[in-house]
Design a protein around this ligand. Structure first.
Ligand SMILES: Nc1ncnc2c1ncn2[C@@H]1O[C@H](COP(=O)(O)OP(=O)(O)O)[C@@H](O)[C@H]1O
Ligand SMILES: N[C@@H](CCC(=O)OP(=O)(O)O)C(=O)O
Length: 376
């Protein structure tokens, strides 16, 4: 039997662990500066959920919004270096507001700043996961943001929508709540005449093609509806129901009332780390597999061995995300490279015994291990 809207709303209302993402546009005044009243009412709604036993992870944007006013800028700066500096100032100011606001309800908060780069690597990934879980066990509300001041331009999320879906996957959340400045997903950008709110999306993968979505129009938000739908898709394929609504609807959305747009999960839970590899990262290069290796990779459980690689493109380090392509140039998979791009040419076409004999033990490994590979 297929999942109905009320099933999804009930699942969200009953969620034990939830990830709530709030965008800059819901925490700011029209001028772009932080709006403490909006922040306080969000915190009141989340504290009520926490008092009822929910474990809440808050993914909050707003560091740049909180920082540019105090530094004397009239509007959100657009160059990356200034944004990163502004975020360093704003993140502290934002946390001070959250600490005070949650403190009034007796709730402790902890700050976690994540870069996409740290978390696609296995060791850091497990560290983030372990810290978040421990904070939740201790009854703390983790407040997550991208580490804007350190994230490198090529591999930053930029918006927090996709980050929130990946965090939901990481903590195995029962619900993802996306809070923004519109009351849901519309059939077209809300200013378009005739645009209507969609209450229920049974399969976000099918819906993405039918809905007209655009980027942010607020001047403070980043990704607009495009990245929110990406987030809903990551949640859906992770088996997590999601709701998208305005921050002013937080209380009703968490109670399962018919507000916003709810997205049904489309799959059972997948492995968390593989989702990071698939969605979180922009490949730095490509490995071209010969016909035999392409067939093995497509089959699902094989590593990519040097013997089946015919070309290497791009510059990357061991641990970076890369495409695995077939000889016709079609993408087969994404994976994390086991070696630097300069090390791979001498390995091409050699089997494990030859790699060991000619290059040493440290080369007798797959170019991409199957645990670090996801089909596309
Ligand atoms: N189909 C659509 N439905 C709803 N909103 C849309 C759509 N297409 C574009 N948008 C825009 O997306 C904006 C929300 O994204 P954004 O400004 O990035 O918010 P946030 O700061 O919360 O991430 C809305 O204000 C709206 O103008
Ligand atoms: N990490 C940035 C978030 C950037 C941003 O605007 O994100 P969003 O409002 O979620 O589209 C910040 O804290 O300012």
């Amino acid at each position: 039997m297929s999942v109905t809207e009320s099933d999804v709303r009930r699942a969200i209302a009953g969620a034990r662990t939830m990830v709530v993402k709030v965008g800059s546009s819901s925490l700011t005044q029209p001028s772009g500066h932080l709006d403490v009243k909006k922040l306080n009412s969000l915190v009141a709604a989340l504290s009520a959920a926490s008092a009822q036993g929910a474990r809440v992870v808050l993914v909050s944007s707003g560091a740049i919004a909180a920082g540019f006013g105090p530094l004397g800028f009239e509007s959100r700066p657009s160059d990356v270096a200034t944004q990163q500096a502004v975020a360093a100032v704003g993140q502290g100011l934002l946390m001070a507001q959250y600490e005070a606001a949650f403190g009034r309800f007796g709730v402790r908060v902890g700050q976690i700043l994540i870069t996409a780069e740290d978390t696609i690597r296995a060791v850091q990934y497990r560290n983030v996961q372990r810290t978040l879980n421990r904070l939740l066990e201790l009854g703390v509300v983790p407040i997550v943001n991208e580490n804007d001041s350190l994230a490198s331009n090529e591999i930053r999320f930029g918006d927090n929508d996709r980050l929130s879906a990946l965090v939901a996957n990481l903590v195995r959340a029962d619900a993802l709540v996306l809070l923004t400045d519109v009351d849901g997903l519309y059939t077209a950008p809300p200013s378009t005449p005739g645009a209507r709110r969609i209450g229920f999306v049974p399969n976000v993968i099918d819906t993405i093609g039918d809905v007209q979505v655009a980027g942010s129009s607020s001047g403070v938000g980043t990704g607009g509806m495009v990245t929110k739908l990406d987030a809903a898709r990551v949640a859906a394929v992770s088996g997590i129901p999601a709701v998208l609504t305005s921050a002013t609807n937080t209380g009703p959305a968490l109670m399962g009332d018919p507000v916003g747009t709810v997205f049904a999960p489309v799959k059972h839970r997948g492995s968390s780390r593989r989702l990071w590899i698939g969605f979180a990262s922009d490949p730095r290069g490509a490995l071209v597999a010969d016909a035999g290796a392409a067939k093995a990779v497509r089959g699902g459980r094989a590593s990519l061995l040097a013997a089946g690689v015919v070309e290497v493109h791009g510059e990357f380090s061991a641990g970076d995300p890369v495409w695995i392509d077939d000889e016709a140039g079609a993408h087969l998979a994404r994976g994390l490279a086991g070696f630097d791009s300069e090390e791979i040419p001498q390995m091409l076409g050699r089997n494990t015994a030859q790699l060991r004999r000619f290059l040493g033990d440290e080369f007798a490994h797959p170019v991409v291990h199957r645990d670090n590979l996801v089909l596309v």
